[in-house]
Design a binder for this molecule. Structure first.
Ligand SMILES: Nc1ncnc2c1ncn2[C@@H]1O[C@H](COP(=O)(O)OP(=O)(O)O)[C@@H](O)[C@H]1O
Ligand SMILES: [Mg+2]
Length: 242
């Protein structure tokens, strides 16, 4: 079964009284454990596709089935529940609270839920350790490098133990050294079983994934397996993905 299934998805925005068709007839299946990059020029519709896959917005046409649930049929409240439960987001900008420790920044999504879990702090520490920041728990963003700050946001995205990590240009604000550090983190998380969908316009970054989708003018132009993907790194979660 696919974790993500898009069937003939279209998205049209109204802008100054005109319809602008941003996604056209996009069909796509992604299985649990896959590592997919979505590449394409600026304006191609990558971020729009991410907002639909991330349940941040609904498509204008087509059907989206996420983990067996048809997303278009649910209320806003349900949609945000699905989002919080299943998806972690990483963006180009870090959106960390300044002057607040890494562990408190990572705990933030738990503080918004109706009942704050008793083990919130332990969970935050565990995900920070997962991104190799166990030694930076009480540092504030200003005391961390760009790569470390982005790893704090990755930890924050993992706090609800999502099945899918959606990252939109996660290395866009980083120099190449820090970018490499972030990509190693994604590689490792995928090896541990997290499904990763990575949006980028950087070919080097895209080559970390096992599967590379190219988007152009709102359509999938190509969908290819990356022959250079390190098969030896493949964890058990990847078996069955052919
Ligand atoms: N909310 C919006 N209203 C109108 N047009 C939009 C909106 N969001 C994106 N667009 C347009 O949709 C196209 C694709 O945007 P986007 O998905 O952000 O592309 P990418 O992430 O590939 O650069 C662009 O032409 C953009 O201007
Ligand atoms: Mg974009």
């Amino acid at each position: 079964m696919s974790l993500i299934e898009l069937r003939s998805i279209g998205k049209t925005y109204q802008s100054a009284g005109l319809d602008v068709e941003v996604l056209k007839n996009v069909s796509l299946r992604i299985k649990e454990g896959e590592y997919v990059s979505i590449i394409g020029p600026s304006g191609a519709g990558k971020s729009t596709l991410m907002t639909i896959m991330g349940c941040l917005g609904l498509p204008s046409q087509g059907i989206y089935i996420l983990d067996g649930e048809e997303v278009g049929q649910v209320s806003d409240r349900e949609l945000s529940r699905i989002r919080n439960e299943k998806i972690g987001f990483v963006f180009q900008a870090f959106h960390l609270l300044p002057g607040v420790t890494a562990i408190d920044n990572v705990m933030m999504p738990l503080l918004y839920s109706d009942k704050v879990p008793k083990d919130a702090k332990q969970r935050a520490q565990a995900v920070l350790e997962k991104v190799m920041l166990g030694h930076r728990l009480t540092h504030t963003p200003g005391q961390l490098s760009g790569g470390e700050q982005q790893r704090v946001t990755i930890a924050r995205s993992l706090i609800n133990n999502p099945k899918i990590l959606l990252a939109d240009e996660p290395t866009g604000n980083l120099d190449s050294k820090n970018g490499v550090e972030i990509m190693k983190t994604f590689d490792r998380l995928n090896q541990e079983g997290t499904t990763i969908i990575l949006i980028t316009h950087d070919q080097e970054v895209a080559l970390h994934a096992q599967r590379i989708l190219t988007i152009k003018d709102g359509q999938i132009e190509s969908d290819q397996w990356n022959e250079n993907f390190q098969k030896s790194q493949a964890g058990p979660a990847r078996s069955g993905v052919e």
